[in-house]
Design a protein around this ligand. Structure first.
Ligand code: 1HN
Length: 343
């Protein structure tokens, strides 16, 4: 037993240590090296019907040009002020209005876009414009110039997912503004698809960190999932699932973020699943009842769900349900840290 006089002696010793920039490891060892992952993020859902009106208000208050990016950050309530949806990922919803341009820049953070609402907007990546339609998955690899614009007649919204917290942790951030608002298009739309989307590479093509095929259209994703769901056996914990890959490596489209689409048949309920990567779901079609750790959440199309690291997940579909998801799994995998548990 430690006596109260010993305890108070220790307390004054600790505060004296603090004056010399020293700290006792034994006071923080259990927190530093937990027996299992202890994310700060909580399971949380954003209802699109509620966010949409706030986004449109932003559209009345500030232009895309002035904001540079007119985005409402999906900030996990347990990480308030930190611009994170999970402990390690950034996500936000971006609005662009007819005729607007979000000016060109580049940065070392990798980004994904998942198109949510509206037709007629485009993003340009390294001189090639691609149009965005709901369900399309588009990437902006690290250090590629990118700007967005809209020739639509209404609002266009997409979700941005970035590895911002990782770059912040590493203090490795660089960023540059382009000399004009929009990039000069020096490739025609579809060039990346022709070069890298047909299962062919030139002998001189080297593996790249990020996918050179930067747009993955929803109609193709949907067709692939439909075929798989008719011909393959369903995974009891995940449903039918595809992942967006980098055709030069077979790995994930981005070096830090894995993304894919899943299909759950009407009435299908997944068995409990958890993994060390924190993840985000955007419901595309159908309806989901999700249980994440001990929280029950119902999702409608366009709603966004944050799933903390190592939280147990079950999903129950009403109607044929399609969901987009992304996570920081590639970082775990490259460091040999990734674990999953199927129960
Ligand atoms: C960014 O460059 C975009 O290009 C969106 O649309 C969101 C969040 C953090 C840092 C950079 C964009 C971003 C971002």
């Amino acid at each position: 037993m430690t006596s109260s006089s010993q305890l108070s002696e220790r307390e004054s010793y600790y505060s004296e240590l603090g004056n010399h920039s020293l700290a006792p490891l034994w006071a923080s060892l259990a927190r530093l090296v937990p027996p299992s992952p202890q994310p700060s993020a909580q399971a949380f859902a954003w209802k699109y019907a509620e966010i949409r009106q706030h986004l449109l208000t932003a559209g009345n208050l500030i232009t895309a040009e002035e904001a540079e990016r007119r985005v409402l950050v999906l900030e996990n309530p347990s990480l308030s002020g930190q611009s994170r949806i999970t402990d390690t990922l950034y996500a936000g919803l971006q609005l662009i209005l007819p005729g607007e341009v979000a000016p060109a820049h580049r940065h070392v953070q990798s980004a994904l876009r998942f198109a949510i609402e509206g037709e007629g907007a485009y993003t340009a990546v390294n001189g090639e414009r691609v149009s965005m339609s709901p369900g399309d998955f588009i990437i902006t690899p690290a250090w590629t110039w990118h700007d967005h614009g809209s020739e639509s007649s209404g609002p266009v919204v997409w979700l941005d997912g970035l590895d911002v917290p990782f770059i912040d942790f590493l203090k490795a951030g660089f960023r540059e503004q382009y000399e004009h608002a929009s990039q000069i298009a020096h490739r025609s739309e579809g060039e990346a698809r022709l070069r890298f989307g047909s299962g062919m590479l030139r002998p001189s093509d080297k593996p790249t960190n990020s996918s050179p095929l930067f747009k993955y259209p929803y109609d193709q994703t949907k067709a692939a999932l439909a075929l798989i769901s008719k011909t393959e056996e369903i995974d009891a914990h995940r449903g039918f699932e595809i992942r967006y890959i980098n055709p030069t490596t077979g790995g994930d489209a981005l070096p830090t973020i894995s993304a894919g689409m899943r299909l759950l048949p009407d009435g299908f309920k997944t068995s409990p699943y958890r993994s060390t990567d924190g993840s985000v779901i955007v419901l595309v079609e159908g309806s989901l009842r999700a249980t994440v750790a001990d929280k029950e959440i119902t999702l409608s199309p366009k709603d966004v769900l944050a799933i903390p690291a190592w939280a147990s997940v079950t999903l129950e579909a009403s109607g044929e349900t399609v969901l987009f998801n992304f996570s920081d799994a590639p970082v775990h995998q490259k460091l040999g840290l990734w674990r999953e548990e199927r129960s």
